[in-house]
Design a protein around this ligand. Structure first.
Ligand code: ZN
Length: 396
C-alpha cells in the first residue's frame, strides 16, 4: 500500500482485544477490550458494549494484544525506501512488518556525496524533510530532514532551517563540530527556533566519525543523548553512569549498540527512578545492516535481561518516545493517532502469554498493523508467526 492518507469519514472498531497496552508508563495496561477510531484518531477506548461502533469497519482482535505502533527514535534514511549503506530497497516497509510505524531521522548521513558546506547541508535538510513528509511506505511516518552541524553555521542558519520546516538536527559530532563549546552554542540556536537535537555518544561509528565522550555530551546538552550505549562502541561504564546522573536529557538505547551498556543504562535509570527518559532506536540502516525487528529485539532484550515487565519495556518505544519527540502517536488515548500493532505470543514460545514470552526473551508475533485507523498489514512477513491473529470481519 503506497502513501495511504486517512479517510476523513472512516470509522474502525477493533473488538475482542485480549490485552490492551497503553504505551504510558503511568498506566501501561488498560482495562478495555475495544477501541474505536474515527478519521484516523482514537475516539473511544473501553468495553465493546459501551462503544457505538455503528457504521464502522470491524477488526476482530481474536483475543490478541494491542499496543501503540512502535517508534524508532534513531534511523538514517537517505532517499525513498532505499539505503545506499547496504544497497537495500524496501527497508522501511520491512520495519513496518516489525511493528514500526514512526521513524525519526538522526541525519541523512549516508547520502552519497553528502554536502558539508552550509548552503548545501541546509538544502539537503529541507529536501529530506519535504520528501519524507510526502512519502509514507505502508503508512509509516518518517520524520526526516536532520542536518548535521558544521563549523561556519551561524544563528541565522538555524532560523532559516526552522522557517523552512526543519524540526530536527542530525547527530551532533558526525560533522566537523566535535567540541563542546561550539556544539552547545549551535544546539542552543536550534532549540531557540524549535529544532530538537541529538548527539552521537561513544566511539566512532564508521570511518570519518570520531569519539564523543561524556564531557562533550554534557557540554553540548542536546535534547537526546543519542545511542548512550554506543553505536557500536560504548563509553566506559563510569561515563555512562555519569551521563545518566548529571544530565536530565533523554537516554536513547539502540539496537546497533553495546548490549551490556544498554543494560547498565536501563538499570541506572531505574535506580534514579527516571525510566521516563529511556527511549529506543535501531541506529539503522548502518554497518550492521537493516533490522526490521530491531525495536522488538531491544524491547525483548531489556525486558528479559534487565527484568523489566514487558508492558513497561513497550513504553520505552512508544509513549516515552512520543512524549520526548512531541508526536501525536505512541499512546492509546483519546485524540491520539489510531496507530496500533496487534500481536500475540509467537507459536511454540515457552511463555504462557505474550508478556511472559517477551520477559523470557522471545519476540512476539505480529498479526496486524493499523496506521491512522486503516489496516496496513495483516500477518507480519518478518516476525515469528503469532499464535492467534486478528481478522477483518467487516470491511468497507
Ligand atoms: Zn551515531
Amino acid at each position: 500500500m503506497a502513501n495511504p492518507e486517512p479517510d476523513k469519514t472512516a470509522r474502525l472498531l477493533i473488538r475482542n482485544i485480549g490485552l490492551l497496552l497503553s504505551g504510558d508508563l503511568q498506566k501501561p495496561i488498560l482495562d478495555a477490550d475495544a477501541v474505536l477510531a474515527v478519521d484516523g484518531k482514537i475516539a473511544a477506548i473501553g468495553k465493546e458494549k459501551d462503544i457505538d461502533g455503528a457504521g464502522a469497519s470491524v477488526v476482530d482482535a481474536r483475543g490478541t494484544t494491542l499496543m501503540p505502533g512502535l517508534i524508532d527514535s534513531h534511523v538514517h534514511p537517505v532517499a525513498g525506501d532505499w539505503t545506499p549503506r547496504q544497497n537495500q530497497i524496501g527497508w522501511i516497509d520491512s520495519y513496518l512488518h516489525g511493528g514500526v510505524t514512526s521513524m525519526i531521522s538522526a541525519g541523512e548521513v549516508h547520502t552519497p556525496g553528502r554536502p558539508k558546506d552550509v548552503v548545501g547541508l541546509k538544502a539537503m535538510a529541507v529536501f529530506a524533510q519535504r520528501s519524507f513528509s510526502a512519502f509514507r511506505p505502508g503508512g509509516v511516518r518518517i520524520y526526516a530532514g536532520a542536518p548535521v552541524i558544521e563549523h561556519g553555521m551561524v544563528e541565522e542558519d538555524f532560523k532559516d532551517l526552522a522557517a523552512a520546516g526543519v524540526t530536527l538536527l542530525g547527530e551532533v559530532g558526525l560533522g566537523s563540530v566535535k567540541d563542546g563549546a561550539t556544539a552547545r552554542q549551535m544546539v542552543g540556536w536550534a532549540r531557540k527556533f524549535g529544532i530538537q537535537s541529538t548527539i552521537h555518544t561513544g566511539g566512532p561509528s564508521i570511518p570519518g566519525s570520531s569519539l564523543i565522550d561524556k564531557d562533550i555530551v554534557l557540554a553540548a546538552d542536546a535534547d537526546v543523548i543519542g545511542h548512550i550505549n554506543g553505536g557500536h562502541t560504548a563509553l566506559p561504564d563510569d561515563q555512562i553512569v555519569t551521563l545518566c546522573e548529571k544530565s536530565s536529557r533523554a537516554l536513547e538505547i539502540v539496537h546497533n549498540g553495546n548490549e551490556k551498556a544498554a543494560l547498565l543504562t536501563l538499570r541506572t535509570a531505574r535506580e534514579l527512578k527516571q525510566l521516563d527518559r529511556v527511549i529506543l532506536g535501531t541506529d539503522s540502516p548502518a554497518g550492521s545492516g537493516v533490522q526490521p525487528l530491531g525495536i522488538l529485539r531491544v524491547i525483548s532484550m531489556l525486558s528479559s535481561l534487565a527484568e523489566v515487565p514487558a508492558e513497561i519495556a513497550v513504553c520505552f518505544a512508544t509513549g516515552n518516545t512520543a512524549k520526548i519527540r512531541k508526536l501525536d502517536c505512541g499512546m492509546v488515548a483519546a485524540g491520539r493517532a489510531a496507530t496500533f500493532v496487534l500481536m500475540d505470543r509467537a507459536q511454540h514460545s515457552a511463555g504462557t502469554n505474550v508478556l511472559d514470552s517477551i520477559q523470557r526473551g522471545d519476540l512476539p508475533g505480529i498479526g496486524m498493523v493499523i496506521v491512522d485507523g486503516m489496516v496496513s498489514t495483516q500477518r507480519s512477513r518478518n516476525t515469528p508467526p503469532a499464535t492467534a491473529a486478528p481478522e477483518i470481519v467487516k470491511g468497507r
